[in-house]
Design a protein around this ligand. Sequence first.
Ligand SMILES: NC(=O)c1ccc[n+]([C@@H]2O[C@H](COP(=O)([O-])OP(=O)(O)OC[C@H]3O[C@@H](n4cnc5c(N)ncnc54)[C@H](O)[C@@H]3O)[C@@H](O)[C@H]2O)c1
Length: 425
Amino acid sequence: MTTNPLKTIRAGMVGMGMIFDETYRPFFETARAEGLYDRKFGDVSVELSAVATRTGKRAEAYRNRAGDAIHSFESFSGEDSVDQMLAANLDFACVATPDNRHFEASKKVLEAGTNLLVEKPSVLRLQELDELQRIAEEKNVLAKVVYHKLLDPDHKKMRTLVADGVLQHVNTGYCSLLEPKSISGGQFAEWIRGRNPGTYVAVHYIKLIDFSFGGKLKTITASGQRGLVGPADGNTWDSNQMKMVYEYDDGREAAFDIHTSWVTPDNFPGYVEQEVQFRFDNGLWNGHSRKRGVEATVEDLTPFKMKNSINNHYNGEFLEPWGQRSQRGYGIEVIERYAREVAYLEHGGPKEERPIRLGELRSLSYNDVSADRQTVAAVQALEAILEKAAAGEPDCTVRVNCQHGGLVLYRPGSSEYEILYEGTV
Ligand SMILES: NC(=O)c1ccc[n+]([C@@H]2O[C@H](COP(=O)([O-])OP(=O)(O)OC[C@H]3O[C@@H](n4cnc5c(N)ncnc54)[C@H](O)[C@@H]3O)[C@@H](O)[C@H]2O)c1
């Protein structure tokens, strides 16, 4: 391995679960072997220097498994693990804890003056987003969110056609992402109580819609089913359907439905079922992420150990034509992009010009927390509507920037309303 000891970015990792293994791990391993190079910042080494997890077990298992594939890292566990990790003089830290535990760790990262990369959804409430944004500005660091579906080549193509005016004015959209039962029953069983698949996965499409079409979010409604993951009258959801209405500059509206589930049978032919349909004034875009080309059957392997249809665009292990083993895809590319942003910020020119570089990077709306407001608003609305439904008050509606506040929940048949967020979304 060749490294330039003068230019190194040191990284921290909070949470080492499924998504660490799928995307962060291959990124850090490849970056250790190859570094990052760009004419703007030169040859930069990336080191995974410290990690924080609840028990430390996964960190130790990974350390043993990875051997020399990863830089030697300090591992902290327990209550103050994030604080201890942050004492390791890091340039950036990634937060990949369960959805409802992003805020606390992210706040600590920013308060320590460390650049942040947090998994989607960034946070569950606009009040928390405000706080992260405020601290990031005060400490002059980046606060960024991972939305890898924005880097899916199919979604990039659709957005390009919209940006170029080939597809004109979106009218309606339908998106669906169905996860297998093994996710709710195994992988997430430990923290799934009181949670819903909407926040976890619909947020990918909320962001795709928000980022691709712009406009102003107006209204959110939602429903769902219970009884498999938890009791039929409880607050843990099997599946959810949400609707968002947007308004555009010309006063016209579009409506989007997003359906999610984490109780699809495990013998399903793909890892997840994902499709989108968007209708425009002059066209139609249909995308199916599972059916985009491959269907393989292998005795004794499919469909449990290996799936029939594989999303080789998101993340795949490959034997490259030149003999090298690799793991790549847009799920990993999105993390590399962020590391390149940090390398550019910290090593891309004179220190006095760092504020200019910081401003440039903050203006990237695909991942900056300042551009996550409508996405977090939709998530906050969804969570509030589901909470009311679980408490026996279904069919509430949340309106955005209306006469009573920034995010306001209305009950059917009642003049009472609840302000979820006072400020403008
Ligand atoms: N980008 C994607 O498509 C994608 C896919 C899966 C998950 N995710 C996101 O990644 C996050 C994690 O999901 P996952 O699938 O890896 O979950 P997981 O349950 O597999 O792993 C969670 C990890 O967080 C650790 N953890 C929990 N509480 C902690 C705390 N307070 N401090 C430190 N560590 C803590 C756990 O020990 C575990 O290592 C979620 O926000 C999820 O939405 C993103």
